[in-house]
Design a protein around this ligand. Structure first.
Ligand SMILES: CC(C)(COP(=O)(O)OP(=O)(O)OC[C@H]1O[C@@H](n2cnc3c(N)ncnc32)[C@H](O)[C@@H]1OP(=O)(O)O)[C@@H](O)C(=O)NCCC(=O)NCCS
Length: 177
């Protein structure tokens, strides 16, 4: 069972009790505007997401982590890895992504979880490259990407919504520099 402890967080696989708190995060349009089709996700859709992430863990040995606060045990959100299927520029590559409940923003939790995830991907899991995709102008995500040492690699268009996306990447050799 993959579980990572950072100074303030536990990154772990998903439990049944995570469904309601994650669906509350997924119900927030501000959290969700840069994810998927840009819309909030229902309880049923959240259950499908957790099922898909767990399947990816079983099949690929990586996936989205449930991010739990070490002190309180609260679910702060989801940070982790998934096989990108769009945009075409990154399809088939492993992407890192993050979403935290709004009350958990501005405390360094996303960066802490993302650092641990990148280390898991490139060192423990042995991947040689990780990409990231964010909405152009998503300064909170760009801040996290900069702190991770991920590099801008161009732009693309959202396959459904058409807006601009910024593409980032890091190779194992760049990570080790
Ligand atoms: C993207 C997102 C996860 C970033 O969250 P965040 O809280 O802004 O990011 P961080 O965890 O890195 O916190 C950043 C700020 O926390 C503050 N902070 C407070 N205590 C801190 C600590 N102990 N360590 C580090 N930062 C701390 C700092 O001010 C820091 O800002 P700085 O790097 O400019 O100094 C969040 O905005 C989100 O969930 N957005 C919606 C989902 C989304 O769009 N995801 C993108 C799709 S990939």
């Amino acid at each position: 069972m993959t579980e990572i402890r950072t100074p303030r967080l536990v990154l772990r696989r998903w439990l049944d009790d995570d469904l309601v708190p994650l669906s509350e995060i997924h119900a927030d349009p501000v959290v969700m505007r840069g994810i998927g089709d840009g819309r909030p996700r229902s309880l049923d859709q959240t259950a499908e997401d957790i099922e898909a992430w767990e399947e990816e863990w079983d099949e690929e040995g990586y996936g989205m982590f449930a991010v739990e606060l070490l002190g309180s045990g609260e679910l702060a959100g989801a940070v982790g890895l998934s096989l990108a299927d769009a945009p075409a520029e990154v399809a088939g590559q492993v992407a890192i992504s993050w979403r935290l409940g709004r009350v958990f923003w501005g405390q360094g939790y996303a960066s802490e979880a993302a650092h641990a995830t990148l280390e898991f991907a490139l060192q423990d899991r042995g991947l040689d490259r990780v990409v990231a995709v964010c909405r152009t102008g998503d300064s909170a995500s760009v801040n996290v990407l900069d702190k991770l040492g991920m590099r801008p690699e161009g732009t693309a268009q959202h396959p459904v919504l058409g807006h601009d996306l910024a593409l980032y990447g890091i190779d194992l050799t760049q990570y080790q520099e």
